[in-house]
Design a protein around this ligand. Structure first.
Ligand code: FAD
Length: 92
């Protein structure tokens, strides 16, 4: 995390999703619980209506929620917004 977040810490700060039982509890700074968004039929139905809100009242929406919820989906949705605003700005 030091490099990724630009943290100026004397020791390496590490995030893991795995093998938490193998870590000395005295070295754990924080435990956090996250849930990945659940993509179901309602999600697909809402995604199919994107055109109804996109660009209305000068508002554009970008986020991983437009896809499967992963990094690539966030990038793809942002790219689509840029392309809609200026088709020349994004190479095909
Ligand atoms: C534990 C975990 C592991 C993951 N691992 C991977 C992985 O390995 N690979 C991968 O591709 N994806 C992974 N993901 C998914 C990845 O985190 C998401 O794809 C990505 O963060 C989504 O980016 P985003 O910008 O769409 O949304 P977010 O990163 O959720 O950003 C949304 C932002 O909007 C802010 N916000 C929310 N509501 C409001 C409001 N009303 N007003 C103002 N601000 C608001 C939030 O605070 C947040 O900063 C992981 C997710 C989790 C939780």
């Amino acid at each position: 995390m030091n490099l990724l977040q630009g943290l100026d810490a004397p020791e390496p700060l590490i995030v893991t999703l795995n093998r938490s039982a193998a870590i000395d509890p005295g070295r754990v700074i924080a435990r956090m619980r996250y849930a990945h968004p659940l993509h179901d039929h309602a999600t697909l139905a809402a995604q199919a209506r994107r055109h109804e809100i996109q660009g209305r009242r000068r508002s554009w929406f970008a986020g991983a929620y437009w896809g499967y919820g992963f990094h690539e989906d966030g990038i793809r949705s942002a790219r689509a917004v840029v392309q809609a605003l200026d088709p020349q700005a994004v190479p095909a």
